[in-house]
Ligand binder design. Structure first.
Ligand code: MF3
Ligand code: CO
Length: 272
């Protein structure tokens, strides 16, 4: 992976990716309202698929390496890649939705975690610590020299907020563009490898996964569903983020990341 070529996007290509990113953002917004007690997972999947198609795009998860749905819906101890089917949401569930679209050949990928009704205090903290770690990682992408600094920032953010939580190591973020998964890998933790140099035109899917217990995972017999071995709760947040000539632009955030990054002293650098 380390030596694979990294696709650098022109400003016009980043603008095309922004359009894809806004479709994914709209689909996640449509899904948010569906995360209520009694909702069935496969219906939520359909809401996302319809929102994506109404915008003239296609769900890029569907049929990806045989994946059978348009979103991943991961409840409680399921960390990522839960397949939406007959599951029914219950009060107190912690649900992550991972969603992506392809528009005019350009991919976007984003994930949120949301509580179904009231959840325990620790679940609330886990959700917020993970969301904050994503934005701290995005801030690092805006300011760092090497991709490896993003993971270091994510891990430091989690450890500073809650030392008993763990960052998942089995799954990582990735480059994105004409394909959903491209070079480079974007670790969510500090590593001796500093990774490739950050350059204008780089677009990354940054996606911390954080668990309240141990970071070990196992995959169900369906070949997709990833769970924590100790059954502890997990959270997952993700954005597709572009490094432009002058700074950073969060392509899957409706405001381009303006509010969260301003809180960190960073001005976003949108292209239009
Ligand atoms: N956002 C997910 C990831 O980067 C994409 C899931 S691929 C699917 O791993 F096939 F599970 F949809
Ligand atoms: Co991803």
């Amino acid at each position: 992976m380390g030596r694979e070529r990294i696709e650098l996007k022109s400003p016009e290509e980043i603008l095309a990716m922004r359009k894809s990113g806004l479709v994914t953002a709209a689909a996640l917004e449509a899904v948010r309202a569906q995360l209520v007690p009694g909702a069935q997972a496969r219906d939520i999947d359909q809401v996302a698929a319809e929102a994506i198609r109404q915008a003239g795009a296609e769900p890029n998860f569907l049929n990806y390496q045989g994946y059978p749905a348009s979103i991943c819906l991961s409840i409680n101890d399921v960390v990522v890649h839960g397949i939406p089917g007959s599951q029914v949401l219950r009060p107190g569930d912690l649900v992550s939705i991972d969603c992506g679209a392809v528009l005019n050949g350009w991919h976007s990928d984003s994930a949120i975690t949301q509580a179904v009704g009231p959840v325990g205090a620790r679940a609330e903290v886990l959700m917020e610590v993970t969301r904050k770690a994503l934005w701290d990682g995005i801030a690092a992408f805006a300011q760092a020299t090497y991709v490896g600094e993003i993971g270091a920032a994510i891990e430091a953010s989690v450890q500073a907020a809650e030392p008993s939580f763990a960052v998942l190591r089995d799954f990582v973020g990735h480059g994105i563009g004409r394909a959903m998964h491209m070079a480079p890998e974007v670790l969510n933790f500090a590593s001796r490898q500093r990774g490739p140099k950050i350059r204008p035109g780089m677009v990354l899917a940054i996606e911390p996964m954080v668990v309240e217990g141990k970071p070990a995972t196992s995959t169900d017999r369906d070949g997709w569903t990833v769970r924590t071995v100790d059954a502890s709760l997990s959270a997952h947040w993700e954005h597709t983020v572009a490094r432009t000539e002058t700074g950073i632009w969060v392509l899957t955030a409706p405001d381009g990341g303006e509010a969260e990054l301003a809180a960190r002293g960073i001005t976003i650098a949108p292209l239009a």
